[in-house]
Design a protein around this ligand. Structure first.
Ligand code: MSP
Length: 537
């Protein structure tokens, strides 16, 4: 035992801690969880993907560097095998996996790689990871007994179970049934990494938002116990066998977590490690914030820089579930009703990290009509309408032509927007960034109404300056909203002739009034940015 502990001590992760960097600015590497193929995609899965996609798009705007977004499907375990029913399990996995690919492309999730846990490349990474842990003495065999929750594919400590009136037991967290199980398993010596783990967790940015960081700290106080990392293969045949010991299948969560290394080229060509951000939903926080960093520390690899946790979507106030029949597949009707960019906007505009959000089609339609068709689309129509802008130009801005005190609120709002939005995006608070944009649009629409340009002489310097400032608002807002609605903003920025190379965050440092702005033609033909959706009552 002593010898083992010495060996374990040698590979302490704290030696690596010195090299820990803040979130990287080049090659930003962000991941989504990989999706279970036991069911088709729903809006919760889409949301998790949109959070990661919007974050990487923001990083690209900021740094102009490439980013790396990984996603994929989690295809092993008894749940998947059961879901396949009579169908060949691999064919079933192929079918559902392709549904996720379809959803991601429909909603412009710009992923760099899509990993599948049934791929050879991934199996190779899992085996290499296993061997590494084994070589470092972090794996041993033993009898493992405890409450196993098949639906969650996890052992649950008794303290986190509840006994029901009928004598059965459920997991307190998920409410799903647990059964007493006693098996010969391989165990991971997680208890040996607790102090290195605590060192990693000390940094509040390791788990965000802070509410979830505190929760993980509480979990850690329960103490680290060794955990089972295999199941007998006769119980879970649809899994990756333990190297040289095929009577055991590697625990699905260990298999799944290693996907983040597979996509980074482990074991032969590991690059860009650690990941900057793992985006996860609150239901899988424990696996990502405790088990995964522990496994990495044991393997002598750096834990992720950040775990970004979000809350869940309910539908009309209820948890989404097959039995309630309220599961919304983003590939279905809802995408045609709200449009794909519309649903993307709504999810990022309403979803928050800290509390559950509620999906309602009526609410979504009302918000989209009010904000995208109303505030944003309306402003574009106002300054591109033929009667006020017959020559279809972005006119020059003549400062002296407009009353300083009348433009002051709009100019101040525009000047403040980039810094505010940047802070919210960086904290994954997309809804707050959108809030700021909407406030600016309100100021701009009010400015336009107050100025009453339709009462002024055509081609006067005054009217030109009002239009010019309105276009400037659209430019700023268009750049800021790119992470949330990439396609709509591309159309908007095309329409008002903002060149592709001028759509970065740095382009928000210089405003219209900071330099000489000459008249410019508008590029494309008339555009209805976001058509009003059918009656949203
Ligand atoms: N396969 C595991 C993850 C393994 S990652 C190494 C898994 N898959 S999942 O398909 O069930 O969930 C994938 C993601 O979708 C998780 O982040 C989960 O939190 C998220 N969501 C599932 N239901 C959700 C909502 N109702 N709302 C928001 N996100 C939700 O867990």
């Amino acid at each position: 035992m002593e010898r083992i502990l010495q060996k374990v001590a040698k590979c302490r992760w704290s030696r690596l801690a010195a090299s820990r960097r803040p979130l990287s600015t080049s090659n930003f590497f962000i991941t989504t969880p990989i999706f279970y193929v036991n069911a088709s995609p729903h809006i919760g899965h889409l949301y998790t993907s949109l959070v990661a996609d919007a974050a990487q798009r923001f990083q690209r705007l900021l740094t102009k560097n490439v980013s790396f977004l990984s996603t994929g499907t989690d295809e092993h375990g008894s749940k998947v095998e059961k879901a396949a029913g009579k169908m060949d399990t691999q064919q079933y996995c192929d079918k559902i996996s392709s549904q996720y690919v379809e959803m991601l492309s429909m909603y412009s999730v710009d992923y760099s790689t899509f990993v599948r846990t049934t791929s050879l490349e991934h199996k190779k990474a899992v085996h290499a990871f296993w061997k590494r842990l084994n070589d470092r003495n972090f794996i041993y065999t033993g009898e493992y007994s405890g409450w196993y929750c098949e639906a969650d594919e996890a052992f649950v400590p008794e303290s986190r179970t509840e006994k029901l009136a009928d004598g059965s037991r459920v997991s307190a967290e998920s409410g799903r049934q647990v059964d007493w199980t006693c098996e010969e398993n391989f165990l991971f010596r997680m208890s040996a990494v607790q102090s290195d783990f605590s060192h990693w967790l000390k940094d509040p940015s390791a788990v965000q938002p802070s509410k979830f960081h505190s929760l993980v700290q509480l979990w850690v106080q329960e103490g680290f116990h060794d955990v089972s990392i295999t199941r007998p293969s006769h119980r879970v045949p649809w899994g990756i066998p333990v190297p040289e010991n095929p009577q055991h299948s590697i625990y699905v969560w260990m298999d799944a977590l290693v996907n983040y290394l597979t996509v980074a080229g482990f074991p032969d060509n590991l690059q860009n490690w650690p990941a900057d951000v793992h985006v996860v939903g609150k239901d899988i926080l424990r696996f990502h914030a405790i088990l995964w960093p522990s496994l990495l520390i044991a393997a002598g690899l750096e834990p992720p820089r950040q775990i970004q946790c979000h809350s869940h979507w309910k539908v009309d106030g209820e948890k989404m579930s097959k039995s309630r029949g309220n599961v919304i597949d983003p590939r279905g009707q809802i995408g045609s009703t709200l449009t794909h960019e519309g649903l993307r906007y709504f999810l990022l505009r309403e979803g928050t990290n800290h509390s559950d959000a509620n999906f309602s089609q009526v609410k979504a339609m009302n918000i989209l009509n009010a904000e995208l068709a109303g505030k944003l689309g309306n402003l574009l129509n106002r300054c591109t309408g033929k009667s006020l802008n017959p020559r279809q130009i972005w006119p020059a801005f003549v400062e002296a032509a407009v009353e300083a005190q009348e433009v002051a609120p709009l100019i101040a709002a525009l000047q403040e927007l980039p810094a505010k939005a940047k802070q919210h995006y960086a904290a994954f608070n997309f809804y707050k960034a959108v809030d700021e944009v909407i406030l600016v649009l309100q100021v701009a629409n009010k400015f336009f109404e107050d100025q009453k340009p339709w009462t002024l002489a055509r081609d006067s310097a005054e009217i030109q300056s009002i239009l010019s400032l309105t276009f400037e608002t659209l430019r700023v807002v268009g750049i800021v909203l790119q992470p949330v609605i990439p396609k709509l903003t591309a159309r908007l920025l095309d329409r008002i002739s903002v060149p592709l190379e001028k759509r970065f965050w740095g382009d928000l440092e210089q405003f219209l009034w900071d330099g000489v702005k000459t008249e410019q033609p508008l590029k494309s033909e008339k555009l209805t940015l976001f058509p009003r959706l059918g009656d949203g009552k």
